[in-house]
Every structure is written in C-alpha cells, then in structure tokens.
Design a protein. Structure first.
Length: 327
C-alpha cells in the first residue's frame, strides 16, 4: 500500500510540472501571436463561435441542425486558414498545444480510465530508491551483476565450498524475490564475516522489488537507530513521522549491518519493537549482520534473538573476503 504522503508528493510534482509547461506554452503563444496577429484573431473568433453556437441554439431551437452546420462550416474555414498560415510561416501545428512531459496523461499521473500512468509508476520507483538511500548502489549491485565465480571453491572446513554455499543462498534469494508477497513472504537473516556478499544480495532484492513497485525501506542498523532517536527525542516533523512509520509499514524492511549501531537498553528495546511489530503485522524483514549467532544472542536481549531464531530463515555466509574482487 503506497503511503498517502508519497502519493501527495508525487501529485504535487505533477502539478508543478504542468504549471511550468503551461507557462512555457503561453509564452510561446504570445510570441507567435505577436509575430502573426492573424493567428490570434482566428483563435479569438473560434472561441466566440463556440459561445454564439450555444446562444443561437437556445434562441432558435427549431433550427438546431442549421445552426450547427453553419458553425461547423465557419470553424473548418478558420482551421484551414490557420493551418495554411502556419505552414507558410514554417510553424508546426504542435506549437499550438501544450508540450507535456508525458503525452499519455498530460502530466496528471492518471489516464482517462483513472488508472495510474506508467510515468506515475516510474516516479514512485524513483522515490522509493531515494527513501532507501541505495539508488547508486543498485546500479552495480543487483542480480544481473552478481558473479558467482569470485567465490572460492574450497571448503575451508565447511560441508560446502564458499561457491556452492553462495549458489544455494543465491537460488533461495532469487526465489524469495521473484515470489515476494508483502504478507506471506518469510523473514531472512544473513550472517557471517564481512565481504561475503550479504549487502550485495540485500541490494539485489531491494532493486527488484522497488522496480516492481513494492515499498522497501533499506537502512543500516546505525541509520535505523538515528531515525528512531530523531522521532523519539527531537521535535516531531512530518518527515520524521513518515520515516518512522515506514519502518513498520513498508512491504519489506532490510536492516543491514545489525550490530554496528551503538548498543544499549534503548537500542535493544527499539530493535525488538520493530522486529516484533513487523512480525505481528506479518510484514517481512531481512537482516544482515557480521555477528555470529552466539554473538547476536549476547549483544541483544533474549527476546530479540528468540524472535529472530524462531521466525527467520537463517543463511550462513563464510569463506575468504571477496570485496576486492569484481562482481
């Protein structure tokens, strides 16, 4: 469900775009009519004919067909003259129309059947990227650029090699993403050392879902706490309220680098509230952390770790650091 505030923001953008395009159009017409006064006369005559038509029909209801025929004949004569003048003056007929950014919806965001225009959906996607602060990251980190070959094929004491392990995780992640449902999808925990591809996969999931119009909030644990602190302790603004609400209401919340935030009773409580609140509303969450499972239990309260262990699909990442290799 798209937040009302986001729809209002997009509609306001459309309104401003229309105002700009209509202003440009009026300025161009003013210049055209100054250069070719006869075109202004034709415009004014066409407008007056429309007014006279309605008036004459009311005065002579028995001669409606004759009045309409006369109106159409005069209108066609004027339109032909206008077309001739513009052709001779090398001015395209499109010059008389407002040049909208989107010709389909005329910069309103909606089509004649009241369905959202494709440009509205694109604006929505752009806003979702900005809200999640990963617009630049997903250009290089997505499922299309994920390179399995950079991962080691040695086992390093595990049952599977790093490459085989990441293949299985990638398959599960892609299946999760392509079959995503805001109220049905499971939660996921990615854990393991740095440089294993956890953030890369989080970015890949976020990109695919946002490109398909889902509301995804992607924040590091540090930034997450910053949003909560501003909401709790600073003067509440509409922006801080919206950011806080989206932590609970987004189709998917991705918390990256859990464990890097300053840890205390406040952060523990707030992280529990978010995880638990989303579990209760059946909205999925993905968490990535460099901590081991035992460290998660030590750093966070038992109720936090129990919520994660009992309700998240857990994926272990291991092997050498591949951050310096090209994906």
């Amino acid at each position: 469900m798209i937040p009302k505030e986001l729809i209002s923001t997009i509609l306001l953008e459309y309104e401003k775009t229309r105002e700009i395009n209509e202003k440009i159009h009026n300025e161009k017409l003013s210049m055209l009519y100054s250069a070719i006064p006869r075109l202004r006369e034709i415009k004014e005559t066409l407008e007056s004919l429309g007014v006279k038509l309605a008036s004459n029909v009311l005065k002579n209801p028995n001669n409606t067909s004759g009045i309409i025929e006369e109106f159409e004949n005069k209108t066609q004569e004027l339109l032909k003259e206008r077309a001739y003048i513009m052709t001779e003056s090398d001015v395209p007929l499109e010059y008389l129309n407002v040049q909208y950014d989107c010709v389909q919806c005329k910069d309103t965001g909606y089509l004649k059947n009241n369905k959202k225009c494709s440009c509205f959906n694109q604006k929505l996607v752009n806003h979702l990227y900005n809200m999640s602060n990963i617009k630049e990251a997903v250009e290089t980190e997505n499922f299309g650029t994920f390179n399995i070959e950079v991962f080691s094929d040695s086992t390093t004491g595990e049952k599977l090699s790093q490459r085989e392990n990441i293949k299985q995780i990638l398959a599960s992640t892609e299946a999760y993403t392509y079959n995503f449902s805001p109220y049905k999808s499971r939660n996921m925990l990615f854990y393991g050392p740095t440089g294993q591809g956890k953030t890369f996969l989080c970015n890949s999931i976020a990109k695919h879902l946002m490109d398909n119009g889902h509301i995804v909030v992607y924040q590091t644990a540090f930034k997450l706490i910053d949003i909560i602190e501003k909401y709790r302790f600073s003067a509440k603004t509409e922006l801080s309220q919206n950011k806080y609400n989206l932590l609970f209401d987004a189709d998917l919340l991705i918390i990256d680098d859990l464990g890097t935030e300053f840890n205390n009773s406040f952060t523990n409580t707030e992280i529990f509230n978010i995880i638990n609140g989303r579990l209760l509303s059946k909205r999925p969450t993905i968490i990535s952390t460099n901590l081991t499972l035992s460290e998660v239990e030590k750093v966070y309260s038992k109720r936090v770790s129990s919520r994660i262990y009992g309700n998240f699909d857990i994926y272990k990442f291991y092997g050498p650091d591949v951050r310096w290799n090209k994906y």
